[in-house]
Write a protein that binds this ligand. Structure first.
Ligand code: HEM
Length: 164
C-alpha cells in the first residue's frame, strides 16, 4: 500500500511539473544530437549523398514543394544548381547543430534563418516535414540507432524558428 501511494505521489508530482513524457532539447539531448550528426555528416560519409537522399525523399513526399525551388533547378536534383543549393542548406543545418549548445550564437543564427525563411513563406510545418525526411534518411548513415527522443525536440526547436 505504501509503495502504491509513493508511485501515485511521484506520478502526480511529475504531472504537476509537466515533465511526464515531455521531450526537451536539454543539454544532454543537444550533445547526443551533435554526436550522432557528426557520425552522419563527418568526414567519413559522402555529404552529397546524404543531402541528395534527404531532398529526394522530401520531394517524393511533397511533390508540390518542388516549384518553390525552381530558381535552383529543382527539376533535376543532380544538377549543379541544385547541388549548390543542397550544400548551402546542409551547411546551415550543420552550423545550427554545431552551435546547439551555444545559446547566443544559436539564437543569432536562428534569427537569420527564420527571417530568411519567413520572407520566402516557409512555415514551421513544412520544415517539420523536411525533418521527417532527415529522420528517414539518417539511420542509413548513422553509427547506432538515432535517439529520436533527442532529435525530435531539438529539430522542433530549429523548425519553430526564432524571431528578434
Ligand atoms: C532545417 C532545415 C533548413 C535549413 C537549415 C535551411 C537553410 C537554408 C539556407 C542556408 C539557404 C541558402 C540561403 C542563401 O542562399 O544564402 C536556404 C535557402 C532556401 N530555403 Fe531553406 N533551409 C531548411 C529547410 C527548408 C525548407 C523545409 C524549405 C521549404 C520547403 C526551405 C526553403 C528555402 C528556399 C525557398 C530557399 C531559397 C532557395 C533559392 O536559392 O532560391 N528551406 N535554406
Amino acid at each position: 500500500m505504501y509503495q502504491i501511494l509513493s508511485v501515485a505521489v511521484l506520478v502526480l508530482s511529475c504531472l504537476a511539473l509537466g515533465t511526464l513524457g515531455e521531450e526537451v532539447c536539454g543539454p544532454l539531448e543537444r550533445i547526443k544530437v551533435q554526436h550522432q550528426w557528426v557520425s552522419v555528416y563527418g568526414a567519413d560519409h559522402d555529404r552529397l549523398k546524404v543531402s541528395t537522399l534527404v531532398w529526394k525523399d522530401f520531394f517524393e513526399h511533397h511533390p508540390e514543394e518542388r516549384a518553390r525551388f525552381e530558381r535552383v533547378n529543382s527539376d533535376n536534383i543532380f544538377s549543379g544548381d541544385f547541388r549548390a543549393h543542397m550544400v548551402r542548406v546542409f551547411a546551415g543545418f550543420d552550423l545550427l547543430i554545431g552551435v546547439l549548445n551555444e545559446e547566443e550564437i544559436f539564437k543569432s543564427a536562428m534569427i537569420h534563418y527564420t527571417k530568411m525563411h519567413n520572407d520566402l513563406g516557409v512555415t514551421t510545418e513544412i520544415i517539420k516535414e523536411f525533418g521527417k525526411s532527415i529522420a528517414r534518411v539518417l539511420p542509413e548513415f548513422m553509427d547506432g540507432k538515432p535517439d529520436i527522443t533527442a532529435w525530435r525536440p531539438c529539430f522542433n526547436l530549429i523548425a519553430a524558428g526564432v524571431s528578434e
